[in-house]
Design a protein around this ligand. Structure first.
Ligand code: 5RP
Length: 228
C-alpha cells in the first residue's frame, strides 16, 4: 500500500471501530489533517448512525458539514465518547507528536474530554523515540520572542511558522533538534509551564488509547493495555 492507501486503510479501520463502539446518542470527536479527511469522507456513508460530532478545527467542521454531518460546540454536548485523530509521530507507548496542521490546542482539548482517543496513522508516523518531527507549540503572539528564548534554553531550535494563524488567533513555533525526546511527559509539563505557551504538541500525559496503524500489508491495532 502507498502512504495514501495506508491513510485510507487506517481511516476505514477507525470507521469500523466507531460503528461498533459508539453509542447511538453519543458524540464523536473528529480530528484534523489528511488522514482525518479520509475518515470524514468514509464516515459520511454512515452519517445516519452518528448523533453528532465535535470538530478539532474550522476546516474539519466545514468538511463534516459539507457531508451533512451535524457538528456541535463542545460546550453544548454532554460528553464525547470517542475521539478519532491522526498524528505526526507515534511511539510504542502511544505517546504522540501532533500539530503539523496547527490544530493542536483544540485537538488536545478533545483528547482530554474524550472517553477514548483513537489515533490513526500510516507506517511513516511510527517511531521508537519522538522528536524528529519538529514539535509544534501554540503561542500567544506577543509572547513569541520570550517563549522562543525559553525554548532555546531547553535545548530546542524554535522556528516561527510563517504566514500561519491558528483557529484561536495565535502563532506556532516549531521546535527542531529535540530528537530523541527522553521523557515526553516531563517535556510536555515543562513546556506547559512556560508563560505565553497556549499548548504544545506532545500528547504524552494523555496518550492515545488505541493506535490503528496501517502498514504495507494491513492495519495493526495497538491498545493502551498492550502498549510497552
Ligand atoms: C493536525 C494534526 C494531524 O493529525 C497531523 O498533522 C497528521 O496529519 P496527516 O494526517 O495529514 O498526516 O495533528 O494538527
Amino acid at each position: 500500500m502507498t502512504q495514501d492507501q495506508q491513510k485510507q486503510a487506517a481511516a476505514q479501520a477507525a470507521v469500523d471501530h466507531v460503528l461498533k463502539k459508539l453509542d447511538f446518542d453519543s458524540y464523536l470527536g473528529v480530528g484534523t489533517g489528511s488522514t482525518c479527511n479520509y475518515f470524514i469522507d468514509l464516515l459520511a456513508q454512515h452519517k445516519g448512525r452518528i448523533a453528532g460530532t465535535v470538530a478539532s478545527s474550522e476546516a474539519t467542521a466545514e468538511r463534516l458539514r459539507g457531508h451533512g454531518i451535524p457538528v456541535e460546540d463542545l460546550n453544548s454536548v454532554r460528553d464525547v465518547q470517542i475521539y478519532v485523530d491522526g498524528a505526526d509521530e507515534a511511539n510504542p507507548h502511544l505517546e504522540l507528536i501532533k500539530g503539523g496542521g496547527g490544530a493542536l490546542t483544540r485537538e488536545k482539548i478533545l483528547a482530554a474530554a474524550a472517553g477514548s482517543f483513537v489515533c490513526i496513522v500510516d507506517a511513516g508516523k511510527r517511531v521508537d523515540h519522538l522528536g524528529r518531527f519538529p514539535l509544534p507549540i501554540e503561542v500567544i503572539p506577543m509572547a513569541r520572542g520570550y517563549v522562543a528564548r525559553q525554548l532555546i534554553k531547553l535545548g530546542g531550535e524554535p522556528v516561527y511558522r510563517e504566514n500561519f494563524v491558528t483557529d484561536n488567533g495565535n502563532v506556532i513555533l516549531d521546535i527542531h533538534g529535540l530528537h530523541p525526546i527522553g521523557s515526553p511527559r516531563a517535556l510536555e509539563e515543562k513546556l506547559n509551564n512556560i508563560t505565553g505557551v497556549v499548548c504544545n504538541g506532545l500528547f504524552a500525559l494523555r496518550p492515545a488509547d488505541l493506535l490503528l496503524s496501517a502498514h504495507a500489508n494491513g492495519v495493526e491495532t495497538l491498545s493502551s493495555e498492550t502498549r510497552n
